[in-house]
Design a protein around this ligand. Structure first.
Ligand SMILES: Cc1cc2nc3c(=O)[nH]c(=O)nc-3n(C[C@H](O)[C@H](O)[C@H](O)COP(=O)(O)OP(=O)(O)OC[C@H]3O[C@@H](n4cnc5c(N)ncnc54)[C@H](O)[C@@H]3O)c2cc1C
Length: 454
């Protein structure tokens, strides 16, 4: 199911399940009213991390909205947020590559923003008493390739010498103890950065539960209600078309990530759906000591990294495996079909993964308990789009998070909520929220992305 051959990019019915979806929330099929409301002050399309945290921050505004309707095509939070690696961090290799592209000052800003997001996840989970296994941890980036490791260290050292703050909380593991410290066989280098690990589906669905009980009159949630078109009426209101009728919203937020171009054609080739794969691995024989870091593991130069998140119960969520399917482009690029899995040949990658890669797991008898797919919103320049939709006065967007939305969305949503409440733009709030300019959506970025993909 590829975008190019489809009339519309819409979440497909019956997505495969994931480890994170194994304990469905009681609101997974919530419809606050039998009929779709006909009008509201603010409409939000999408019930993942972006949609629900935007709603959360809208109700925290000085003048909270009188009516918010959240529209979700499938079950509550059934998109990428329920299918990911469950950790919030920014990889050292991403930071280092951006030192060369954007300059070290901008990278300081970016790292600062991501650290603020981690703090915000913790704060919201505590304030709202969300039972979502949130832990503040560190995360290793491990390279099994000398070349990658050497260039990372050079960039880091130059920035360190120049006093750049992005380096402050980065730690290079001692070269003589790499395997001992990381437990990864054949590690050539390892750096750790702060991160947060969580069960994103539980974070989002429980946060929504709090909102529903706090704002029963103001918040209406409509699951299994795909939006098929949006148009702006003469008075500036948005007409949101669904198979269940039309909802009119004075203001509208697109929290539609990979599917954004399905409703906003100007985002075609700007936010591209790409399919990823992840798995859940369970040891039959408990392994001690417990792996306490999360990981990104790069096996060879130029290859995408695997991401690995040990769960508190000793099992492992690990995703990636790009080397197995990247050459079969239609199977992942411009592909939004999460109702099917990759082939058995591709999925073999996870068999004995822990025994193969990690010291101490050889006798764990670890088995693959679940494999799933999920759809990311990829952007040619690698940055998400936040702000007022170019050329549309009453619409805002928070989408295009590539493989890293957990490290960006919570503060992005806070900023978008403020823009919506105050009828303002990215530029008006960026300083308050410390959001790097790279995330501002704009006509220029749309044009550049479009040109780049031609
Ligand atoms: C396999 C995989 C691994 C990942 N690993 C990580 C990780 O470890 N760390 C990290 O930070 N990020 C990771 N990501 C990325 C992260 O999951 C996303 O960036 C994040 O979840 C995006 O949140 P969202 O709310 O924007 O999108 P989603 O969670 O996808 O939510 C968008 C929602 O909008 C709904 N929707 C879309 N179009 C319509 C429509 N027309 N009508 C009604 N509803 C609609 C969808 O059904 C969906 O529920 C991973 C993603 C995948 C797929």
């Amino acid at each position: 199911m590829q975008g190019s051959s489809m009339e519309q990019i819409l979440p497909v019915p019956s997505p495969v399940s994931s480890y994170w979806l194994s304990q469905p929330h009681k609101f997974s099929n919530l419809r606050s009213s039998t009929e779709l409301p006909t009008e509201c002050e603010i409409g939000i399309i999408g019930s993942g991390m972006a949609g629900i945290t935007t709603a959360y921050h809208l109700f925290k505004q000085e003048n909270p909205p009188t009516s918010v309707v959240i529209l979700e095509a499938r079950e509550l939070c059934s998109g990428a947020t329920a299918r990911n690696g469950g950790h919030s961090k920014i990889k050292l290799s991403t930071l280092a590559s951006q030192v060369q592209k954007l300059g070290a000052d901008r990278v300081d800003e970016l790292q600062n923003f991501v650290q603020g997001v981690i703090a915000s996840l913790k704060q919201v989970a505590e304030d709202e008493e969300l039972d979502c296994e949130l832990e503040i941890r560190r995360s290793f980036d491990v390279q099994l390739d000398d070349e990658d490791a050497a260039s990372l260290k050079d960039i880091y050292q130059a920035s360190r010498k120049a006093g750049h703050t992005w380096t402050n909380n980065v730690d290079f593991a001692l070269p003589q103890y790499l395997e001992q410290v990381t437990s990864i066989k054949g590690a050539k280098a390892a750096e750790s950065v702060p991160c947060c690990s969580l069960w994103p589906y539980k974070f989002v669905t429980q946060l929504l539960e709090r909102l529903v009980s706090r704002h029963p009159e103001q918040l209406n949630v409509q699951t299994t209600t795909p939006v098929t078109a949006v148009s702006v009426l003469a008075d500036g209101t948005n007409a949101i078309t669904t198979p269940r009728g039309v909802l009119k919203a004075k203001k509208l937020v697109f929290a539609t990530n990979a599917y954004t171009a399905g409703l906003l054609p100007q985002f075609k080739d700007v936010i591209i759906p790409v399919r990823g794969m992840a798995s859940h691995i369970v040891p039959k024989v408990p392994v001690h000591p417990h792996l306490s870091h999360t990981y990104n593991i790069t096996f060879s130069s130029g290859q995408s990294a695997d991401y690995l998140n040990p769960r508190p119960d000793g099992s492992i969520v690990v995703g990636g495996g790009g080397s197995m399917f990247k050459s079969d482009r239609p199977s992942w690029f411009d592909n939004f079909d999460d109702s099917t899995r990759f082939s058995g040949e591709v999925e073999k990658y996870w068999d004995n993964y822990m025994q193969r890669v990690f010291l101490g797991w050889e006798n764990s008898e670890a088995v693959v308990e679940k494999v799933w797919t999920g759809i990311m919103g990829s952007t040619p320049d690698g940055w998400a789009h936040m702000g007022r939709v170019p050329g549309r006065h009453s619409q805002w967007v928070l989408a295009g998070f590539n493989g890293g939305g957990m490290a960006l969305i919570p503060t992005g949503a806070k900023a978008v909520a403020k823009m919506v409440a105050e009828d303002s733009d990215f530029v008006d709030v960026k300083r308050e929220f410390g959001i790097p300019e790279i995330f501002a959506t704009s006509t220029e970025r749309l044009r550049e992305a479009f040109a780049e993909t031609r």
